[in-house]
Ligand binder design. Sequence first.
Ligand code: ADP
Ligand code: MG
Length: 358
Amino acid sequence: MTVSGRSVEVRGLHKNYGPHLAVRDVSFHLQPGEFLTLLGPSGSGKTTTLMMVAGFEAPDRGEILVAGQDVAGLPPERRNFGVVFQGYALFPHMSVLENVAFPLRMRGLPGAEQRRRAGEMLEKVGLSAFAGRQPRQLSGGQQQRVALARALVFEPDALLLDEPLGALDRKLRESLQQEIKAIQRRVGISILFVTHDQDEAMGMSDRIAVMAEGRLVQLGSPAEVYLHPRTPFVAGFLGETNFLTGSFCGVADGLAVLRFADGSLGRARLPDGVAVPEQGGKALLSVRPERLRLLPDGPVAGVVESCTFLGRHARYVVQALGQSLALSTTEWSPGAALPAGAAVRLGWAAEDAQLLDG
Ligand code: ADP
Ligand code: MG
């Protein structure tokens, strides 16, 4: 059995709940076979967006196209999406095999065909041996795999997954993340995935759509959104960062030049689409702790507040530019750590700092 993914395009989706704007002008295009993740904090509009794609909620405005066809008038069961939502439970009184066969039964397939295809799907998620069990006789992770098998069995155009691993402990989460990726590679399906967990999004996605307050604020590969955030929100949500404020001096060799309050100069990348501040205007930049460096001739003077060895890396907190900056380094050895109060100089490669909007 091969399931080949279709594209799902969302254009200008809007949804109000009373006076409350849950989703504002959200657009993206899930490509055939792509793994696209909606990532954002709780309340940012991820579930509402997915519910509209699935057909459980009607948008106030906007379009949803599957392989170019508008699905606005279609009820959920005719949109041909496989759905796994958190708490979208298995049928407790049906066996595992009956659960997986259920979508085929609803589509009126003959009994023998239902059992054959459900059996094949259970094999794909590694649960053949559990076909006759009841859901309550399975672990949480096994139940999620049955839910996945049930969502995939009818050869859907795309899979919609809303925090499907949210209730599982970390080990199980990680193994099911691998499992979902492996199933996707095997069946070639398009996946629209929802999570608030940045590591999960980074590890699984071809592209990440970062959401905040109902809006899609940045869309790109995991590397793009992590390395080249465009807003303070994206920079801060995907991992830790230092925000530095200075006055904008201009652009030299394609890089932004800033002057900090202590008179030192710093340079930063200008990510695509970021508004260039006016001369002398306030400019904000982001430098991640692992990109901030202790450099003997760095432009910025600082004083070590603390140094903590964390195994994979050591973390310094350095007082500089009137604030506490986080710096992480793998170049650390016992006895070589700088003590609190040590004077240091800091710097960064220009391409490791991002000028931000706002
Ligand atoms: P997320 O999945 O990112 O946590 P949701 O899409 O569930 O966010 O919610 C987005 C916003 O819409 C939240 O502020 C939430 O309180 C609100 N909301 C969601 N569903 C409803 C509803 N049925 N009625 C009223 N408000 C809702
Ligand atoms: Mg949600």
